[in-house]
Design a binder for this molecule. Structure first.
Ligand code: LLP
Length: 438
């Protein structure tokens, strides 16, 4: 993946940096992000549109991984940002991300989240439900502001991925329903409000998806709705946001389409269906998260204890686990890994990589082929750029790892390692509590 190679010492090198040296300097667990790989993927999306469908915007879905440096990088590459909470709005603005390139998502935005975003100039909102449409209308009564909205609809397209990360099916908590007429009612409601500028429709069918066909089906459903809105309400919608979700190659047996082929399939369908339905070509928006940052990330751990159960299995534990990568425990996610200080050595056995948390489910990788290993070896787990740090916790009192951005032999510390002091930064002692009495 990315800019990886092996040096004379048989060490894994990422972005020109010897990973073993990185662990000496920054400790483990350590998240390593390959800057060129991130930039390459941002550009791949932009280029794929530019050459065949220039009326398009690519937003990075920051839930995959957000930090100040990541926002800066995404901004430098000319992408917009899809954020899902007041916290993500805050991080983006602190990073200096242009407010007018931020879209606010979420199925339960609070009044405060909406209000703060609008006041800060973040006025592109993906409205998920009637409650939110009312909240927005109420808020705008007191503000001299206009907002642009997209309505999120449930396209009722099922995509094959883990159940927890499917979102487009009818039985979903997200979006307005097409079948019960909710989506059309929402359009009417939005059209009646002078402060709300309804630009188009948003759909997101899920994550880690490999078939462009699911997106083509979604585009078709959405454009059929555009046609209905035009015919019944006389409104021509301009924006079709098809969400994120393009899968990445976590393991060798997975073959996701490349970004260009994926974009080509989508644009072809949009062009042909828009023509068929006699609609002007809409602006297409995509919101990739994982496919921008996932393969760019590697997590380095130090091997520690080992438990051999003869004829059954050998467990080797690392100095992290589910607090820094909850995906195996949560989704049965599979990862590939190698011993970063023994890259040229042939595998001699299989070991199961266990985390250090007090639960049996804290296993990162089952039956990983490895050369002879000993404590102190460095394990590199690949494809950990997305939904790891952003989903990390302090479970079992583990401080969050540091993160470095590597490029051309330089490593920039972009997230400091948490300290034990950080772990209790919000705690108050019993005697410090303010007691509220009637
Ligand atoms: N847009 C919307 C509205 C989304 O809900 C998501 C992801 C994305 C874009 C970005 O999807 P991506 O391109 O990253 O697949 N924690 C899970 C993934 C949850 C995805 C949530 N929504 C995991 O670790 O697999």
């Amino acid at each position: 993946h990315g800019t990886m190679s092996v040096n004379e010492e048989g060490h894994l090198v990422i972005g020109g940096c010897d990973t073993v040296e990185l662990t000496k300097k920054f400790g483990t667990p350590l998240y390593v992000l390959d800057e060129q790989e991130i930039r390459k993927r941002c550009r791949a999306y932009k280029e794929a549109f530019k050459k065949r469908y220039p009326n398009a915007d690519v937003l990075y879905a920051s839930k995959a991984f957000i930090s100040l440096a990541m926002c800066q990088l995404v901004d430098q590459e000319g992408l917009g940002l899809d954020v899902v909470s007041g916290g993500e709005v805050y991080i983006a603005l602190q990073a200096g991300f242009p407010a007018d390139k931020i879209y606010v998502h979420g199925n339960n935005k609070s009044k405060d989240e909406l209000s703060i975003a609008i006041d800060a100039g973040v006025k592109k909102i993906v409205v998920d439900n009637f409650y939110e449409l009312d909240l927005l209308a109420e808020l705008l009564q007191h503000k001299e502001e206009q907002v642009e909205i997209l309505l999120r609809i449930t396209p009722e397209v099922e995509a094959s991925t883990h159940d927890y990360i499917q979102t487009g099916q009818q039985d979903s908590k997200f979006g307005f329903s097409l079948t019960d007429g909710g989506a059309l009612t929402a359009v009417k409601k939005a059209m009646q409000n002078q402060r709300i500028n309804l630009k188009g429709i948003h759909c997101h069918i899920g994550s880690q998806i490999f078939e462009p066909g699911s997106y083509q089906a979604t585009a078709e459903v959405a454009l059929m709705f555009f046609k209905q809105v035009k015919e019944e309400l006389g409104l021509v919608l301009d924006v079709l946001n098809l969400g994120g979700g393009l899968g990445i190659q976590y393991t060798a047996d997975q073959q996701p389409p490349d970004i260009d082929a994926f974009v080509e399939a989508i644009t072809n369908t949009v062009i042909s269906k828009a023509n068929e339905y006699k609609l002007p070509l809409p602006k297409i928006i995509l919101e990739p998260g994982r496919s921008i940052v996932g393969e760019a990330g590697t997590t380095l751990y130090t091997l520690g204890s080992c438990k051999e159960i003869p004829q059954i299995r050998t467990y080797v534990a690392v100095d992290g686990g589910m607090p820094n990568n909850p995906r195996p425990a949560l989704y049965d996610a599979e990862y590939e890994a190698m011993i970063a200080n023994k890259v040229n050595q042939e595998p001699t056995s299989q070991v199961t990589i266990a985390g250090k948390c007090c639960e049996s489910g804290d296993i990162l990788i089952w039956d990983l082929p490895v050369p002879d290993v000993e404590s102190g070896d460095i394990l590199a787990v690949f494809c950990t750029g997305a939904y790891t740090y952003s989903m990390s916790s302090n479970y079992n009192g583990l401080p969050r790892p540091a993160m470095v951005l590597v490029n051309s032999g330089n490593a920039k510390l972009i997230i400091q390692r948490e300290t034990y002091k950080d772990v209790i930064k919000n705690d108050l002692r019993l005697e410090e509590y303010q007691v509220f009495t009637e």
